[in-house]
Design a protein around this ligand. Structure first.
Ligand SMILES: NC(=O)c1ccc[n+]([C@@H]2O[C@H](COP(=O)([O-])OP(=O)(O)OC[C@H]3O[C@@H](n4cnc5c(N)ncnc54)[C@H](OP(=O)(O)O)[C@@H]3O)[C@@H](O)[C@H]2O)c1
Length: 252
């Protein structure tokens, strides 16, 4: 019997995630936790990683029985190796875990200036390296970048360069790891857990500037970024791409 669409058999309405293992380092809060909710709702098992057991346990309880968790520090190679040694398979990987300082070159200490690369760039690089041998051929990696890489809102050159480097890393890894797909998500400013922990004056100023400068004149939500990540997990023909859920921030 003819199918209404040639690929209708693939449209299960679960984004192909049913029974798959989705690893979310940083998934104890913020965008990673929203991805956990969406992936679990689509029938995936989710493994949450982060440094704080209480945060991870609370997040896993919220997500429900699809979720397990394990502590890991992405800046510590042995800790990352131990995390992946415990997993038998990885179908999709997304790492929001990062802890860094941003600011002008002439003001930051060398250690702070290097922190975005130490944590966000090399953390993701080594996570992918350790996950790669366990990845399903039809699986994918989504790397976390940030709109400041394309359009810095304030002087923070090492942080801007780090995000741009992550987009380059995505293109390089897409070639090396094929058929595993590798994509990058580069969100604009999101009203969520990350900014909620920052000082209120800095947050208000950044939010006001973002509302003014972005085409849609508002902040993003964690769930809007998670939706973009689920798309990149699911779309079998997208690799080496960077998606910008940023309300048009990089346009103007
Ligand atoms: N939110 C935004 O507006 C926005 C915009 C653009 C890009 N981003 C990028 O998104 C990422 C942050 O995600 P988010 O916004 O969802 O923030 P978040 O809620 O702060 O999530 C980060 C998670 O990573 C964990 N983590 C931090 N450092 C870690 C480390 N060294 N090892 C393991 N886990 C670590 C944190 O938990 P523990 O502290 O308990 O370990 C936390 O659960 C960053 O790369 C940021 O640059 C965010």
């Amino acid at each position: 019997m003819p199918q209404p669409f040639p690929d209708a058999a693939h449209h299960h309405g679960d984004d192909g995630l049913r029974g798959r293992t989705v690893v979310l380092i940083g998934g104890g809060s913020g965008i990673g936790l929203r991805v956990a909710h969406r992936a679990a709702a689509a029938g995936a098992r989710v493994v949450l990683g982060g440094r704080t057991p209480e945060r991870l346990a609370a997040a896993a309880e919220q997500v429900g029985e699809a979720a397990t968790w394990r502590t890991v520090d992405v800046t510590d190679r042995d800790s990352l190796a131990g995390f992946f040694a415990e997993l038998d398979r990885v179908d999709h990987l997304f790492t929001t875990a990062a802890s860094y300082r941003v600011g002008p070159m002439l003001k930051l200490s060398d250690e702070d200036a290097e922190s975005p690369f130490a944590s966000k760039f090399w953390g993701q690089y080594h996570a992918v390296r350790l996950a790669a041998p366990k990845m399903a051929a039809d699986g994918s990696v989504v790397l976390m970048s940030g709109a400041a890489g394309a359009r810095p809102p304030a002087p923070a050159p090492a942080y801007a360069a780090c995000n741009a480097a992550i987009e380059g890393l995505g293109r390089g890894l897409a070639l090396e790891l094929a058929p595993v797909r590798v994509n990058v998500v580069s969100p604009g400013t999101v009203d969520g857990d990350l900014w909620a922990r920052r000082p209120v004056e800095a947050r208000d100023a950044a939010f006001e500037q973002y509302r003014r400068d972005t085409v849609l004149h508002r902040l993003g939500t964690e769930d809007e970024i998670a939706h973009a990540v689920l798309f990149l997990f699911a779309n079998g023909f997208t690799t080496g791409s960077t998606l910008y859920p940023d309300g048009g921030y990089t346009l103007r």
